[in-house]
Structures are given as C-alpha cells and as structure tokens.
Design a protein. Sequence first.
Length: 121
Amino acid sequence: MPARTAGRVIGLVDIVAGWAGAFGVPFDVAYPVLEFSANIALFVPFGILVALSIPRSRRRFGMTAALAFLSSCAIELIQLSIPTRVSTVSDVVANTLGGIIGALIIRVLTRRGAPTTVNPA
C-alpha cells in the first residue's frame, strides 16, 4: 500500500508493528517485516490447496511453486491498474515463498503417511 494511504489505514500489521515498539523494535523496521511475513502466510493455503489438487502420482513440487509465482505475478500486474495500490517484487517473492511452504507441508505430511485427500462419505 502506498505510504500516504497506509498512514490513514489502521490494519492488523500496523497494530502489531506498533506493539513491537514495546520490545524495542522500531515501527519502521517491524512494519515491512510483518507485511512480508503476512504475504507469506496468505499464500500458504494456496500452496496446500494446489498441492492437494494434483493427484498424488503426479504431484510435483515445482508445479506448485510455479503456480504460486505466476498467480502472484498476475495479482501484482492487476494492482498496476489500481491507482491506490502499489505492485512490488517483494510481494511476489513473499507470496511464492508462502506457496512453497504450503507445498512443503503437504510433502512432509505425505511422507509421514498422513491422509492428504478427502474421502467422500
């Protein structure tokens, strides 16, 4: 979000970054770290769902990572046409990392033998 807009919006990242001050972390340091982390967290479910949507015999880690990257690029390109939004490469990186983490979660659960599909009742 542009700085002029972000200054008027009070969101969860803004609140938590303010709390970080109690631990001696300046707001200007905490905010970008938390925003980057939030972008990662928001794409973890994407990675999980994409990995689960691919049949187990064809499941490819790289495919999930590529789809997370391409989806994030599409989101950032769309934001270019919205005057109040700002596209950043760091968002693409964070979103892609989130998708990769989601795919890794499924990979770990699959290797441990946990069920990774829903059985119809």
